[in-house]
Design a protein around this ligand. Structure first.
Ligand code: SF4
Length: 323
């Protein structure tokens, strides 16, 4: 590992899925789910990865963790390239990178008690005796706002917010450096969302955790993210610090996502540029700028020429011919 290296450095990551057809299962095309994505996350930092459903953000998160194998590109964890590490060598890095899923109910085994679920990673990695495990699990329960007495309960006996706290405790069990949150609060009521986000922020400060926080909702990532990357059809179209994204968005797609975010102060009005239509299919996506079929500013060259992701101000990257 390299001192001062970012916790996560992702370079030109691609994940393409073949589309097969017919009896012989011939490959007739590719789904360009993630198509050349690059970003870094420093110690104690959060990158919010945002975009509509189908833009590739969940696939990117899973490819980073190697829960699915990337097609190309590289993933470095604390300076070590883990992209091609065989399973046995990947194991220590798996401990450092954990995931919290969107739907805590379906991601928790209904036949295991909450205590067994949170203690399972410790058991699998053989890092604690039975007694130590019980003590560590009790401490994790207390830390995420659950009572240690609830360790004997089953997932269906908890509310949605409590189940997500179990998911967080399980993710924390092995002392990770990086947590990928895949829409971790999207299934929760707004008031509970705020509580879970506050808990994640407290844990970040305490443990110097880094988060890759995936969400379709810019409002959700605003308070937790230091940087935001906006994805559209497999590519990052804008990337900047959170303040710049909210106050000086440069990509028409970011503008449109922001237009959908409610503004708490009625005196502040955002110009509404509501997005028309759905995200096109990532199988054979539109040529040129992928966004041209929905962009109110599209010009002739947008249909043929893909705009590169350029740095237009320090740390602010945009892929649009007009910027
Ligand atoms: Fe719109 Fe053209 Fe910019 Fe793409 S490159 S976002 S189509 S103006």
């Amino acid at each position: 590992m390299t001192a001062n290296a970012p916790v996560l450095a992702v370079t030109d990551l691609k994940k393409h899925f073949p589309v097969k057809k017919g009896l012989l299962r011939r490959t007739i095309g590719q789904v360009y789910a993630v198509d050349g994505v690059s970003f870094t996350i420093g110690v104690g930092e959060t990158l919010g990865l945002v975009g509509e459903s189908g833009c590739g953000k969940t696939t990117a998160g899973r490819a980073v963790l190697r829960l699915i194998e990337p097609t190309s590109g590289s993933v470095e964890v604390a300076g070590t390239d883990i992209t091609h590490l065989p399973k046995a060598e990947l194991r220590p890095y798996r401990r450092q990178m954990q995931i919290i899923f969107q739907d805590p109910f379906s991601s928790l085994n209904p036949r295991m008690t909450a205590g067994e679920i949170v203690g399972e990673p410790l058991f699998v990695h053989g890092v604690a005796s039975r007694r130590e495990r019980a003590e560590q699990v009790a401490a994790l329960f207390a830390r995420v706002g659950l009572r240690p007495a609830q360790m004997a309960n089953y997932p269906h006996q908890f509310s949605g917010g409590q189940r997500q706290r179990i998911g967080i405790a399980r993710a924390l069990a092995l002392g990770p450096k990086l947590i990928v949150g895949d829409e971790p609060v999207s299934a929760l009521d707004v008031s509970i969302q705020a509580q879970v986000i506050n808990l994640l922020q407290d844990l970040q400060r305490e443990r110097q955790l880094s988060y890759l926080f995936i969400s379709h909702n810019l409002a959700v990532v605003e308070h937790i993210s230091h940087q935001i990357a906006v994805m559209y059809l497999g590519r990052i179209v804008e990337k900047a610090d959170t303040r710049s994204i909210f106050t000086k968005p440069q990509h028409p797609y970011t503008e449109a996502l922001l237009a959908a975010v409610p503004v708490p102060d009625p005196a502040i009005r955002r110009e509404k540029r509501v997005l028309q239509g759905d995200v096109p299919s990532p199988v054979n996506p539109p040529a040129g700028c992928h966004f041209h079929t929905r962009c109110p500013y599209a010009e002739a060259r947008c249909k043929v020429e893909a705009p590169p992701l350029r740095e237009i101000a320090p740390g602010h990257h945009v892929s649009c011919h007009l910027r």
